[in-house]
Design a protein around this ligand. Sequence first.
Ligand code: FAD
Length: 308
Amino acid sequence: PFDVLVVGGGPAGAAAAIYAARKGIRTGVVAERFGGQVLDTMSIENFISVKETEGPKLAMALEQHVKEYDVDIMNLQRAAELVRGPEYVEVKLQSGAVLKSKSVILATGARWREMNVPGEQEYRTKGVAYCPHCDGPLFKGKRVAVIGGGNSGVEAAIDLAGIVAHVTLLEFDSKLRADAVLQSKLRSLPNVTIITEALSTEVLGDGNKVTGLTYTDRATNEGHKIDLEGIFVQIGLLPNTDWLKGSEVELSNRGEIIVGAHGNTSMEGVFAAGDATIVPFKQIIIAMGEGAKASLGAFDYLIRSSAP
Ligand code: FAD
């Protein structure tokens, strides 16, 4: 059995594994895809002290750093169930194998909900973006659309309006769902257009980059086209926690793992970190810090709970 078993191999999981291994305790990482969302990222410019890097490069560096230590990496393995036994926490894998550990750190991350329209995949990272904090500055002086009128969409539109030339916010419903204070801030901005009852239908491009977006006005059923350079999709971030539903680990109404100050969850010996948790602002640097914190939380738990 392990002392610390990390589920997830993104920035949070990698940081947790390194912090645990440095304590000289038996550490394992089980990951469906080592590297996580970082693998899908083009350029990263906000990982402090690294002026600029690329996602696959950072993912490789994460793996190499973990491999500097005695960590058992089990890649391409999906966790399917979490059970608290009398002595160990058990992680059951989809393969049927069962891993046992005195403590477990959940770092299964999240995924952006997609529009599922033609062109979205083709132009991902070529104008189709999901993270305004990450990619906003790339569209300085250009025209962008934000898809989604919930809090994250309206916050993104306000944020982007300060950087880009013009923002068009498209909402499927007949009204925005964001908090009133955000909506009035948005409406006060001179370079923002709000379109409601808009069903996005296609991302247009020239083969290399985004050139526009089409949508259907749901009230009139008419098709429209907007010329622009960027599209920020803000229709939800889904935590990868479906496998925990039905376990003792308490989730928020959005499915995020509820954590305390030490990264502790409601299940004894189980900690969590990164995009899968309620911790706000989903970013690499935040996920790494949370992973380190949860790992130290787990170590603290181990030295308090086990006999010398
Ligand atoms: P993830 O990176 O999501 O990693 C989760 C890990 O868990 C993966 O290894 C996954 O395979 C594994 N996993 C999931 N479910 C299971 C399971 N059931 N069993 C086993 N393993 C499982 N942030 C920035 O700071 N700067 C940027 O420029 C930036 N750009 C981004 C661009 C894009 C396109 C995207 C999608 C995200 C971007 N982000 C950026 C956000 C950043 O990538 C995330 O905040 C960060 O990766 C979260 O780390 P994490 O370890 O919590 O989760």
